[in-house]
Design a protein around this ligand. Structure first.
Ligand code: PBG
Ligand code: ZN
Length: 340
């Protein structure tokens, strides 16, 4: 009878047996194409022009807007724990700094250029990304220079954005990342980098597939970059626009982008997968934006799940979709979690 039972099970369907392949924590980790490592993480920083400022952003849990004097003490322990990269957003607080052209964006005394210099000198191995946009610096809060009817003047905006990118690159940013969404800015920046003879040492990361929507609210609280009228729907992509995103990714690769970014991340995993497919020979970054981060915190506070477990699950989803770089407000916590 026992022989009969054995022969029945041997003639059964072997492919139905999956559990053996992931019965151990190590074999479970082998099921993933890629594992989160510290070097995949970019940590967003909001840098105020008030040198001593350190303000908690209520809508963006545990995140602060900091003046340049608070930067080193904040980053020192993180660099010690393995922080590899930051992305810088400037926040002018002083009165009368904003104008219609976003003139303060490339002020040599402004927070971004000053902190690029400081971080380069103080942390030689830290990779510094400078977000490039005008919305933090324009009086109207839009991501470029406007026409009289309130729409973006694309060619003036591209000229200005590419000048700002050059100023950040010249100050020492390893990577410039235009988030403005004006058409043709990648080409304009690449040409200026080539012209300046620095294209070989500056990474150009394009926010290629950046969707409009409600998930940037906490960021705009932190950066003071909410538009004073209208919205960004005529330059950021419509949430349903998968084909449009694919065209934007193709376009930016052709224009000379070195890295493609998709943003937000978790609601746009198909777009991350498209970016990996279209840009199969290049790194793909995903930005887990302020609203996604705040949602996870809110749900954890409501007892829906444990925050660490969800931080890992959401990031694993982003990596599985195809990203190899993740911009995340969880970075300081991941540095601890990935050490233990
Ligand atoms: C500015 C910019 C924004 C973000 C990154 N760069 C805000 C916006 O487009 O309104 C959003 C990041 C986040 O929400 O965490 N152009
Ligand atoms: Zn902007």
């Amino acid at each position: 009878a026992s022989t009969a039972a054995t022969s029945v099970s041997i003639s059964g369907d072997i492919s139905s047996q999956l559990h053996g392949g992931y019965s151990h924590p190590l074999t479970r980790s082998w099921q993933a194409e890629r594992q989160l490592t510290k070097s995949m993480l970019i940590y967003p920083l909001f840098i105020s022009d008030q040198v001593e400022e350190e303000t908690l952003i209520p809508s963006l849990p545990n995140q602060h807007r900091r003046g340049i004097n608070k930067l080193i003490p904040h980053l020192e322990p993180l660099v010690r724990k393995g922080l590899r990269s930051v992305i810088l957003f400037g926040v002018p607080i002083a009165q009368n700094v904003k104008d219609t052209l976003g003139s303060a964006a490339d002020d040599p005394q402004g927070p971004v250029i000053q902190s690029i210099r400081l971080l380069r000198a103080r942390f030689p191995s830290l990779f510094i990304v400078a977000d490039v946009c005008l919305c933090e610096y324009t009086s109207h809060g839009h991501c470029g220079i406007l026409r009289d009817d309130g729409s973006l003047n694309n060619s003036l905006s591209v000229d200005r954005i590419s000048d700002v990118a050059m100023a950040y690159a010249e100050a020492g940013a390893h990577c410039v990342a235009p988030s403005d969404m004006n058409d043709g800015r990648i080409r304009a920046i690449k040409l200026k980098l080539i012209e300046a003879g620095t294209a070989h040492k500056v990474v150009l990361m394009s926010y290629s597939a950046k969707f409009s929507g409600c998930l940037y609210g906490p960021f705009r609280d932190a950066a003071g970059s909410c538009p004073s009228f209208g919205d960004r729907k005529c330059y950021q992509l419509p949430p349903g626009g998968r084909g449009l995103a694919r065209r934007a990714i193709h376009r930016d690769i052709q224009e000379g982008a070195d890295i493609i970014m998709v943003k937000p991340a978790s609601s746009y995993l198909d777009i991350i997968s498209d970016a990996k497919d279209i840009g199969k020979d290049m790194p793909v970054a995903a930005y887990q934006v302020s609203g996604e981060f705040a949602m996870i915190h809110a749900a954890a506070a409501a007892g829906v799940f444990d925050i660490k477990t969800m931080a890992f699950e959401s990031t694993e989803g982003i990596l599985r979709a195809g990203a190899t770089i993740v911009v995340s407000y969880f970075t300081p916590q991941f540095l601890d979690w990935l050490s233990s």
